[in-house]
Design a protein. Structure first.
Length: 147
């Protein structure tokens, strides 16, 4: 069975209570359950992790090279400046889909640039929690096509 790693970046543990007008009222636990349900429907296994620490996220990506076939990642604010996360994704050579709950291109100017996008297979943003499900479908399809 194909294994996918979902990485939630900083502050995503506060979903449901943090700026709900932007990020929605769904909690991280509810989002994770929806992802697990979709993974089951798609016939893939899923590991989901969250960290507020850039170094821990780099470690997760590096470890994924041994345990997963692809990554769905919401790097949060690290999207805009973490070359360490960008380089880790490039180094492990796993397909990655970058996801965001909000449309980062319709927000503050500093959020418009992603240093992750150039090393990701694609980017999905602006669909709330559905962005994760779309990202999960995309990575599953990418892996199916690679067989």
């Amino acid at each position: 069975m194909v294994s996918i790693l979902i990485i939630h970046g900083p502050n995503l543990n506060l979903l449901g209570s943090r700026e709900t007008a932007i990020y929605g009222a769904e909690t991280i636990e509810e989002l994770n359950q929806r992802c697990h349900s979709l993974a089951s429907d798609l016939g893939i296994s899923l590991e989901i992790r969250q960290s507020n620490s850039e170094g821990e996220i780099v470690d997760m990506i590096q470890q994924a090279a041994r345990t997963a076939k692809g990554i769905v990642i919401n790097p949060g604010a690290y999207t805009h400046y973490s070359y360490a996360i960008r380089d880790a994704i490039a180094a492990v050579k796993l397909p990655a889909v970058e996801v965001h709950l909000s449309n980062i291109h319709a927000r503050e100017d500093f959020r418009h640039k992603s240093v992750i996008a150039p090393v990701a297979a694609g980017q999905i943003s602006g669909f709330g929690a559905e962005s994760y499900l779309l990202g999960l479908r995309a990575i599953a399809e990418l892996l199916r096509d690679a067989r």
